[in-house]
Structures are given as C-alpha cells and as structure tokens.
Design a protein around this ligand. Structure first.
Ligand code: ZN
Length: 293
C-alpha cells in the first residue's frame, strides 16, 4: 500500500516536471505555431525592415495600414489579438500619435512582448515645421540615414528573441544596410545640385531628409490641421519666386490643397509615399521627385 503511494507520488512529480519544463520552454520559446517569430510593427516602412533582417524566420503584422494616417489611426480589435500572439513589437519611438495613444494598451495586451524602440540612437529633431510646440518631429522613418540605425535596432531585437539565428540575421542585415547606403548616396547626389532648396509639401513629413540632405521643407499643414488660405497664398508666392513647378502630396491626404497651389503656378502635384511597405523603392522615388522641384 505504502509502496504504491510512493510510486503514484513519483509519477505525479514526473508528470509535473515534464509539464513545467514544457511551459518554461514555451515561455522562452521565440516561435509561433508555424515556427516563425511574430513581429508587430506600427508603420509600413518597418514591415520591409523586419522582413529584410528576419527573412523566412519572421511573420510581420502591420498596425497602421498604408493609406491611413498615423496621426489619427485607431487599431481594430483583431489587430490587438495579433499583438497577443506576437513576440516582438517594433515601435517607431518618435512620438507618433498612434504609439502615444496605444502603446500602453499594446503592452497590456501582451506583457511578454519584447518592445523594440526602432529610433533608439536616432538624433530626434523638434517638430517646428508641423507643430508650434517643441515636441519631437515623429517622421523619423522618412530618412535613409535614420533607417540604417533603425534597422540595426530591429536586428538587435531579433537576435535577443532568437539568438540561434544570429548569423542568418547578421547576413541579412548587412545586405540591407548596403542597400540603404546606396539609397543614401543616390539621395545625396540627386538633391545636391538642385536649382533651389525648397520642397513644397502638404504635410511636413520630411524634416529629417531636410536636415540630412540640405533641402528646405515648407509644409502647408500646421498642427495636422487643414492648411489656411494664408499659408496656401504664402506657398504660391514662394513657388513663383523660386520657379518651383512641382509640389507634393501623400496618398493618405486629399490632393485638393496642393492642386490649388499647382493650378496657381502652372505646375503639377506629385504623390510621394513615405509610409508604404516598399521602403527602398519609395524613398528612391521620393529623392527623384524632390530633385525635380
Ligand atoms: Zn505628420
């Protein structure tokens, strides 16, 4: 009788040890059921960055879809459920309104998430173009030099969660950084010899490009509000004074404001997409577009 009880206790202990071991492994396991690292990102450019470094090891989910405005976007309930299955959240970390409003909720939804601040180490600039207050300019991604730092931060996050694939991530990262270097060089070349330095945009998302490539951005929107007639008139005057014939809009905004400027200067509106998932291509297009102002 006593012997039997001892055996039962031993069996229970063994089963407990196996279950606990399994649970412990699950907790530290970096992979989802399909054996990939679940990574959720805030904005389109981060999708390309995570895929470039993570390759076949990652499953990427985007929170603010292309064509939506990160200043105003609200996550859908099914997006939050994807957060609960993920291992990593890559935040821009530059006071994008979406993150200011929802990062607490995202962390609460999945306390085990590794939150990577992509812009750690990026020199942030004040939001003077967009906002009268001295907040940070959130548009860090729209700049190839910043992107190099941000991609490296994503790399560090992936290695932390999945150290066994470090060599694979390193190879991928180095290849992508080389492409960013090319983009950086081409952007410098394209914008260096412009006739004038002014870039007239609806929404001032290019403050970091302006800093790094010697251009001057003039945005019609201030504090994310529709442009005032005075602001539009000032931009028309600037365009005329500097013989500017191309002005720029982004896909998430109504083109009517820039069209009204274009019609007054006999010019045209070109759409530039800094929030898309095809980052290298989009940024290369932007550099070409800005070189033709
Ligand atoms: Zn903005």
């Amino acid at each position: 009788m006593k012997k039997k009880r001892v055996i039962v206790v031993i069996i229970i202990l063994l089963i407990s040890a196996i279950v606990l071991g399994y649970l412990a492994q699950q907790k530290h396991s970096s992979k989802t059921e399909n054996n990939k690292i679940g990574v959720v990102v805030s904005l389109g450019p981060e999708v390309e960055w995570v895929k470039a470094v993570g390759g076949s090891k990652v499953d990427v989910t985007l929170m603010v879809p292309e064509g939506s405005d990160p200043h105003t976007y609200e996550p859908l309930p099914n997006q939050l459920s994807q957060v609960s299955n993920a291992q990593i959240y890559v935040m821009m970390g530059s006071s994008v309104e979406f993150e200011n409003n929802y990062m607490d909720k995202i962390r609460e939804t999945n306390p085990n998430l590794l939150v990577v601040n992509a812009s750690e180490g990026v020199k942030l600039i004040p939001n003077s173009a967009e906002n009268e207050s001295d907040t940070v300019d959130p548009h860090v991604w729209a700049d190839p030099k910043n992107a190099k730092i941000m991609v490296n931060n994503i790399y560090n996050g992936l290695v932390e969660v999945d150290p066994s694939d470090k060599d694979y991530f390193t190879k991928n990262r180095d290849a992508y950084l080389q492409e960013l270097d090319e983009l950086d060089k081409n952007t410098t070349k394209l914008l260096k010899d412009k006739n004038n330095s002014y870039i007239l945009v609806l929404h001032p998302a290019f403050g970091y490009m302006a800093r790094d490539y010697n251009i001057t951005e003039i945005g019609a929107m201030i504090n994310d509000e529709e442009p005032s007639p005075q602001r539009i008139a000032m931009m028309i005057n600037t365009a005329k004074e500097y013989n500017i014939t191309t002005v720029y809009n982004e896909p998430q905004y109504d083109p009517k404001f820039m069209e009204s400027i274009a019609s007054q200067i006999g010019g045209k509106v070109v759409t530039v997409n800094d929030l898309g998932e095809n980052y290298l291509q989009n940024m290369a297009n932007i550099a070409v577009a800005f070189s033709k102002t």
